[in-house]
Write a protein that binds this ligand. Structure first.
Ligand code: FAD
Length: 449
């Protein structure tokens, strides 16, 4: 470390800790940090508690994070700002111990993260910092409404979407959608000259490889798609949905800017953004859903859990083309169209009677937009066990879904090259039998004795 940065260490600093908000513009916590009166040290931690759980060293999500961190670093190091991004690898608490030794930190700013692991981690860090007289200040950034902001009149959480969304919309005021003009305060980042900028570790240095084809969609808002959303959203062969989910996941776009556009453009699309917040609120209030059915009696279902069938489902070899195309799209690109997510999830839980937690875990490994709240919500919806879920007797017929939503077979032929040849497998289960089996199994398990 050069001499001048050591002098800087004597300055009182605030840290801004990036997590699920990988952008400089319209970032609530960053805005408050930059107005704190202290120079701001921007920080990102590759949290080894999370990295250690990732089996795939080629994980596209790591590549996405890496690229957006590089973008932030380049913006910060540009001479307009003349700062840098401090990147650390390790357990956050250990990193904070190291940083407070090196720098005179007065405050730490960050944005709320509602996932159970993050809540515990942040509590631990808050306790640790506050014992050292360092304030830990956190802000709402990744949603318009959080935690207890949209509750029933009796102050309990909603468990049904429609009244939740009604209350959400009634509560919305223009200031909820207002951007935070961080750019006005960029001068308050810690100033570093070229020789002082922080080291930027490669993916290899953190134990991963760069995914060469990570299918990261654009951050540009697809205005035409959003405008025509109702007409196109259900057809997986069309470019008919916004593909912004990975950007909402990593905060590489601002929810306030997207919700502003949605509100002005298309109610249906706006409603989808509210579904996202509904599921986040459910996870926040009912963390048990991570491992258990929201409706406890659904934990009594005797899943068949046939491993060979599960493997065929994972590989897209069930003999049901819409299911197989969806799984292959997921395996190849890290994305699956929402209509098809519903069909494959229904097929796994209902046709094969495999525990929704198995499917949820597989999606969690593969999806670029993986989000605990929405993924859990989507799976429990399909299994019938969740909030506002599909009734258990609703069993999607994958053949009629195909006829309705991929009439010209464009989607299935894109993903199943051997469709129509002798190499494409026969259905692993017969629809009528599977339907009767699941109805009987669910009925028996769910009927009180
Ligand atoms: P659009 O149709 O353009 O929608 C815009 C945004 O609204 C999305 O980016 C998303 O943030 C939100 N949204 C749309 N539909 C839903 C929904 N049903 N629930 C919650 N938010 C929604 N979404 C995730 O972001 N991460 C997941 O891990 C995830 N897992 C799912 C698992 C299952 C079994 C199911 C049925 C759905 C899951 N979804 C998940 C919801 C939905 O499929 C995706 O958000 C959507 O397909 C993303 O594509 P898009 O950005 O083009 O969506």
């Amino acid at each position: 470390m050069s001499k001048s940065i050591l002098n800087k260490n004597k300055k009182q600093l605030a840290i801004f800790w990036f997590r699920r908000d990988l952008r400089l513009d319209d970032n609530a916590g960053l805005y408050h940090a930059l107005r704190s009166g202290f120079e701001v040290l921007p920080l990102f931690i590759y949290d080894t508690e999370i990295l250690d759980d990732l089996e795939d060293k080629n994980d596209a999500r790591l590549t996405m994070i890496y690229r957006y961190l590089k973008k932030i670093k380049d913006e910060l190091e540009d001479k307009k700002i003349s700062s840098s991004l401090c990147i650390k690898i390790g357990k956050p608490i250990a990193i904070y111990k190291e940083l407070i030794e090196k720098f005179d930190i007065k405050e730490v700013y960050t944005n709320h993260d509602y996932e159970p692991y993050a809540k515990v981690r942040d509590e631990e860090i808050k306790d640790f910092l506050e014992k050292k007289d360092i304030h830990f200040k956190t802000f709402k950034d990744q949603v318009i409404f959080e935690k207890n902001e949209v509750l029933k009149d009796d102050q309990t959480p909603y468990v049904v979407y429609t009244p939740y969304s009604r209350k959400w919309k009634a509560a919305l005021k223009p200031y909820h959608l207002k951007s935070y003009p961080t750019e006005k305060y960029f001068d308050n980042f810690i100033k570093l000259n070229k020789s002082e900028v922080f080291n930027f570790p490669t993916l290899k240095e953190i134990g991963f490889e760069e995914n060469q084809n990570p299918h990261i969609p654009s951050t540009d808002f697809p205005k035409e798609i959003i405008k025509n959303y109702e007409e196109t959203r259900d057809f997986p062969a069309k470019e008919g949905t916004s593909r912004l989910s990975p950007h909402l996941r990593f905060g590489t776009i601002s929810i306030r800017k997207l919700a502003t556009l949605a509100k002005e453009t298309n109610e249906k699309y706006f409603n989808e953004l509210i579904w996202r917040e509904f599921y986040m609120t459910i996870l926040y209030h009912y963390p048990k859903v991570v491992n258990n059915a929201f409706r406890s009696n659904y934990d009594k279902i005797p899943w068949r859990n046939n491993e060979t069938e599960f493997e065929k489902w994972c590989q897209g070899k069930t003999g049901y083309p819409l299911v197989d195309a969806g799984m292959r799209q997921l395996n190849e690109t890290g994305f699956m169209h929402n209509r098809v997510r519903m069909v494959v999830a229904s097929f796994l839980t209902k046709h094969l009677l495999i525990d929704w937690r198995w499917g949820e875990a597989y999606f969690a490994k593969k999806l670029l937009d993986y989000e605990l709240a929405s993924n859990n919500g989507g799976w429990q919806w399909a299994a019938g066990s969740g909030v506002d879920a599909a009734p258990y007797f609703r069993v999607f017929n994958p053949e009629s879904q195909l006829k309705k939503f991929d009439k010209n077979q464009k989607y299935i032929r894109t993903w199943i090259k051997e469709y129509d040849t002798k190499f494409y497998p026969k259905p692993i289960v017969e629809h009528k039998m599977a339907r009767e089996r699941v109805l009987e199994t669910y009925k028996k398990a769910l009927t009180p004795l």
